[in-house]
Design a binder for this molecule. Structure first.
Ligand code: FUB
Ligand code: ZN
Length: 676
């Protein structure tokens, strides 16, 4: 690894976004999703599946209070398994002392706090901050004296904590707690939640490890690995990095830890599927992205962090291999990952069914985490290309344009009738839902979108990397000076970018501009006279004296690109996908009539662009001529002898994939049959 290229995201407090696209998405999170999700966490949103999240924290806080009051006299309830998801008999009248929802319900609140924290860095909001402070006090009051914090076990019985790492999610909830704590500390300087996270982390350190008497396990659902790295970076306490290293290095070693656990409550007939948890091999020996896709993405992200901070080449080699496996064999053209609903998992290489896709929103989000971390360790624009792709397609397809409903699964082809009548597609929904019993995706979207600046730019000493052309002002620290760097762009609809610096005094620095893969070498740079320009791994490094006289202009032409898949992707054989810049397009029935599979398009078709505000904010829609195969009315049988199909010309309208299903239930397809 070349440590001189390592970079870190800038503090969000130094980034002030103002572009119409991502700032618009962030505003949606701030004005709609954060208040909406707060109501759902409190079970106050009519028509949304109940969450019971705040309910559980209240119940746990009450137990913790009683325990403190009663001391040794307190009688701990004996743990009895009541199901992976527990629901009250009467949802309107939950028992105030009981735990409800999935075992990992706590994580939804932590993700919401994280989203609120990022939002506060961009838009101070005393009322929101007061709400967050209040719920942080509730969380802190639920924490046990020894630092343990997971409402599921606090309520159901502490005698079985850390006994089912494979399926229960204490370390996952800890990870989300930690991410929220760091984010809130960075946003507000307040440390109540950070102290809660540190106390829980210290308790975990006291219980985990390979020494006799300790638990030689690791998380069944990863995230603690990357969260601990953030905790280390925030507190500079090496022990947190060491715990993360331990979790990474211990995974998949023999004897398999999950075999040693007792899983009385889960299906004993199924042999443990180690790969589901990425625990089939030590991580350095893993060559293929496998198992539950969100877990995989979170693990690989944590591995990449650990590799960078420990300068571990063998670990980074494994990250590279797993990256290649993910993006060369197992990623949808939308940046979605997870080809099968069975285990919410990766399928085998090139198995990427469009209509059966899982492509969970959280998995695409995880791919963004992984990509940013790869970029931090190795600034190569191929990682940023994937990050940009996932963000503009498979991630934000997870939320409605009004921010009020969500997809968990992001298919690339939908026939609404199949969603209703085909058991194999029961995970696919033709319209977004207001909320989910398992609501991992909506608050994950909120936290990612509201921290987009941390993905757009990273820095090291006097170098600022621009990975995404998100418009705004970035306060770059150069020596003892703060230099406002202004980026103006019309991305993702317009590829022109202007960069200026607000400093009358020249400042010596480098700005590294990503050269997007989708425009190849077809870009133009002006305004860099007198600067040193050097291209490396898809970045253009412009070094020199920057001042308010500097006007860099870049033009990345956004031409329509018609893509074909690798021939090994059987599902896409003979099909085409329309893209423009980072945006993937689809056909919807609303614009193109039903039976989208009868439509054909030439790879050389000419496209016209249509700027439309039909969906609220402005988007570029695309139009092209295609043909539609006509039903042969002379035939009455299901099969008939070959006859050249009759076709009629048809004017096709493509809309951005992320905007689909915002006009009610209808057919949709990303891949269109080729007419060539
Ligand atoms: O297990 C926690 C979350 O719930 C996972 O990340 C999602 O895939 C869903 O299963
Ligand atoms: Zn999810």
């Amino acid at each position: 690894m070349d440590k001189s290229k390592f970079s870190t995201p800038l503090s969000l407090r130094k980034i002030h976004l103002d572009d119409s696209f991502w700032k618009g998405e962030m505003e949606l999170v701030r004005t709609e999703m954060i208040p909406y999700q707060w109501r759902t966490l409190n079970d106050q949103e009519p028509g949304a599946d109940p969450s019971f999240c705040i309910h559980n924290f209240r119940a746990a806080a009450e137990i913790t209070r009683e325990k403190k009051e009663q001391g040794d006299a307190y009688q701990e309830p004996k743990y009895t398994y009541r199901g992976f998801e527990t629901l009250p008999e009467d949802p309107a009248h939950p028992d105030p002392d009981k735990f409800y929802g999935f075992v990992f319900q706590d994580s939804d609140l932590y993700k919401w706090i994280e989203a609120a924290a990022y939002s506060l860095t961009q838009h101070p909001d005393p009322a929101l901050e007061q709400t967050v402070d209040g719920v942080i006090d509730l969380i802190a009051s639920a924490q046990q004296e020894n630092g343990y914090l997971d409402t599921y076990y606090i309520i159901n019985g502490m005698d079985k904590i850390f006994t089912n790492l494979r399926d229960h999610h204490e370390l996952y909830c800890f990870g989300h707690l930690t991410e929220a704590a760091v984010a809130y500390h960075q946003a507000t300087g307040k440390d109540t939640l950070l102290n809660v996270a540190c106390r829980f982390a210290d308790f975990i350190i006291s219980r985990f490890g390979t020494e006799p008497g300790k638990i030689a396990g690791y998380p069944g659902h990863e995230i603690a690995e990357m969260a601990l790295v953030r905790l280390y970076e925030e507190t500079q306490e090496k022990k947190y990095l060491q715990l993360s290293e331990y979790f990474v290095n211990q995974r998949g070693t023999q004897p398999y830890y999950f075999d040693q656990e007792n899983h009385p409550e889960v299906d004993q007939r199924t042999k443990i599927r180690y790969a589901y948890n990425q625990a089939h091999l030590p991580v350095r020996e893993q060559k293929e992205a496998v198992g539950h896709a969100v877990r995989a993405m979170y693990l690989y992200s944590g591995m990449t962090d650990v590799a960078r901070l420990s300068g571990d080449d063998s670990l980074f080699d494994a990250c590279r291999t797993l990256w290649e496996s993910t993006v060369r064999e197992k990623m949808y053209v939308t940046g979605g990952v997870g080809g099968t609903a069975m285990g919410e998992a990766f399928s085998f290489p090139f198995d990427l069914p469009n209509d059966l896709a899982y492509a969970e929103t959280c998995a695409a989000i995880g791919l963004v985490f992984f990509a940013r971390r790869m970029l931090q360790a190795d600034p190569d624009s191929r990682y940023a290309d994937v990050m940009e792709l996932a963000l503009h397609n498979g991630v934000i397809s997870g939320m409605a344009l009004d921010g009020k409903s969500f997809f968990y699964v992001n298919p690339l082809q939908v026939l609404p009738e199949a969603c209703r009548r085909d058991e194999r597609k029961k995970h696919v929904e033709p319209v977004r839902r207001k909320w989910f019993g398992c609501a991992c995706c909506p608050p994950n979207l909120a936290r990612l979108v509201s921290s987009i600046g941390a993905y757009a730019y990273t820095e090291r000493e006097n170098t600022l990397w621009i990975h995404l052309y998100t418009g705004g002002t970035v306060e770059k620290t150069v020596g003892d000076r703060t230099v406002p760097v202004k980026i103006s762009s019309g991305f993702p609809w317009d590829g022109r970018v202007d960069v200026t610096v607000d400093s009358s005094e020249p400042v010596s620095m480098t700005v590294a501009f990503r050269l997007p893969g989708w425009c190849g070498d077809d870009f133009a740079l002006t305004g860099a006279q007198g600067m040193e320009c050097r291209e490396e791994k898809g970045y253009l490094y412009v070094t020199g004296e920057w001042s308010d006289q500097t006007r860099i202009h870049l033009d990345f032409p956004m031409k329509v690109r018609v893509l074909q898949a690798d021939t090994r992707v059987r599902e896409d054989a003979g099909k085409l996908c329309v893209t423009r810049g980072p945006v993937v397009y689809c056909l919807e029935q609303k614009d193109n009539g039903e039976n989208l599979d009868l439509i054909r398009l030439k790879g050389t078709a000419l496209f016209t662009e249509e700027r439309s505000s039909e969906f609220g904010s402005e988007m570029v829609m695309l139009r092209a001529q295609g043909v539609r195969e006509l039903p042969d009315e002379s035939e009455s049988t299901l099969y008939h002898g070959y006859r050249k199909p009759k076709t009629e010309p048809v004017s096709l309208r493509f809309i951005p994939y992320y905007a689909w299903a915002n006009r009610g239930e209808n057919e949709m397809t990303v891949w269109v049959r080729s007419a060539d």
